[in-house]
Design a protein around this ligand. Structure first.
Ligand SMILES: Cc1cc2nc3c(=O)[nH]c(=O)nc-3n(C[C@H](O)[C@H](O)[C@H](O)COP(=O)(O)O)c2cc1C
Length: 195
């Protein structure tokens, strides 16, 4: 494996920002399929893959979602061509015979509510990170959001299921001319140590 070239790193990290204004270009369904088919290869515990993604694209579904978000996020959902609901499936272990077939991994989780909830949150959040990076790799901009009413989203989109929303993420093609203001990040010595 070779390190990625600097332009690829710039696109994924150094020049990428959250909530950049988008150009008025729709996102094709094939791109959303490609996004999922890219991010799904990121690692999760026992390959459990608890993330479930709802791509909210139609005018009706966008209005339904906009009614569930914090006031400061309403315009973001209304103006984005697509907003994804990244949810975790609390029945993820039912897929383990397919996803991790060599041992009975389903038995590790079945009936163990606290472990299921912890595993679903940790691994769907990891998959959410893969989602952002996969979207950027495909040329899309991302606007992750935790400012929403999770119970309202659950009722509006997941009634009768065991899906729980984790976070939302707007998607769109960023305007290359948009001004980019970058907040600083912690320095290596503030956030890391090498023992
Ligand atoms: C899990 C998560 C939740 C966030 N929630 C919101 C939100 O509700 N509204 C918002 O405007 N931005 C939200 N953000 C965006 C962050 O503020 C932004 O990613 C961070 O300040 C870094 O900005 P940058 O990517 O432009 O450098 C969220 C980001 C993440 C990852």
């Amino acid at each position: 494996m070779q390190p990625l070239a600097q332009p690829a790193l710039d696109q994924l990290f150094f020049h990428a920002h959250s909530h950049l204004p988008c150009i008025p270009k729709p996102i094709e369904d094939e791109t959303l399929v490609r996004l999922y088919e890219t991010l799904r290869w990121g690692p999760t515990a026992a390959n459990s893959s608890p993330l479930r993604v709802t791509f909210v694209k139609s005018a009706e579904a966008r209005a339904r979602l906009a009614a569930c978000v914090a006031p400061g996020n309403v315009k973001k959902v209304e103006s984005a061509p697509v907003t994804a609901i990244l949810a975790m499936d609390l029945r993820f272990f039912e897929q383990l015979p397919k996803l991790f077939p060599l041992v009975d991994a389903r038995a590790w989780y079945e009936g163990k509510g606290a472990l299921v909830a912890e595993t679903a949150l940790r691994n769907s959040s990891l998959q959410g990170g893969y989602f952002v990076l996969a979207a950027r790799a495909l040329g899309l901009g991302c606007g992750p959001m935790s400012g929403f009413d999770a119970e309202a989203v659950r009722r509006a989109f997941f009634e009768g299921t065991e899906l729980q929303p984790n976070f939302l993420c707007t998607l769109g093609y960023p305007d290359p001319e948009a001004p980019r203001r970058r907040n600083p990040r912690l320095e290596f010595g503030e956030a890391c140590r090498i023992l």
